[in-house]
Design a protein around this ligand. Sequence first.
Ligand SMILES: [Zn+2]
Length: 379
Amino acid sequence: MKLSLIVLSLLLVAEGIHSSRYRRFDPATKENYLKQAKGVLERVPLIDGHNDFPWTLRNYAQNQIAALDITDLTKLEPWASSSSSHTDINRLRQGQVGAQFWVAYVDCKTQYKDALAKTWEQIDVIHRLVKANPSTFEFVTSSKGIEDAFSRGKIGSLVGVEGGHSIDSSLGILRMMYDMGVRYMTLTHACPTPWADNSQLDNPGGVPVNDGLSSFGKLVIKEMNRLGMLIDLSHVSRKTMRDALETSTAPVIFSHSSAYALCNNTRNVPDDILKLVAQKGGVVMVNFYSDFVTCSISPATLQDVANHMDHIRKVAGVDNIGIGADYNGVSRVPEGLGDVSKYPDLFAELLARGWTESDLEKVAGLNFLRVFNGTEAVG
Ligand SMILES: [Zn+2]
């Protein structure tokens, strides 16, 4: 009798969690979840792994930012009418962003040409962006730096380099980039480097160039470990993911990737790799780009992004999820997640699905801080 009651109540609880995603909330309930989500983001820094704002600074302002006021870019052209402009100070504050990896990205056409010069220019523009807005941003290079900046009400600003082509196959350049504040490198972008294969090579007809990481590629991993630089596996091939996970003594990140099981784009992370990332204590920072969320031409929704988080939680665990929205890098963002002001809405949705406040603290920043700490400890 007692047992059947317990079973029944367990079933009811499970059903409650399961069906919550389909339930429509009355405005008051929704408002409460939003309030609760905002409370979490007041306590713990929301750390986003990937924002391409510096790339739009190059495209729209030729990196001439001395006279550019980025407080509100919703009325200034060409930002105002661009579908790839999702970031300004007002909206970062509204979204309660605690720390941001600003991405020093240069495209694959620069490989073997001017990749290095352009990457330095992007790192430079990030430094200048932070210096020009000292009441909003604080340049940080460590996990402790993120926490300190957050306690001062500043948005901790970090640099990630997106694409191994940016180091021109030179460990010396990698080391100097670390000295200039770079704290993660994505091993490839949409092209193989001479030492690492990219995700597109996993598409039908793709031919591996390095069979994952070459021996020099493994040396790059070891040098990143030694420096204490985060290894970012977004954009790389599955074999590169496996090789890096095997070679690295530090946990790894995916700075902006979602779940392959829900959208079979090779930019997303397959379940077997999700499990390996969890085993190594890493973090998959979920991408909001519509094309990686639903693999469909119709725009994704906030709920679709939450489905990816539910899935990664199920396969890897709640300790291995983060946020890497990819704002300003993509044109199609989900309904309900139109710009950097919308993070609290996503966290409210997770609460509605039965995630706890402590789960949300992990997803917002504690998981990433653990990985960053672990990487610093190895370095
Ligand atoms: Zn990317």
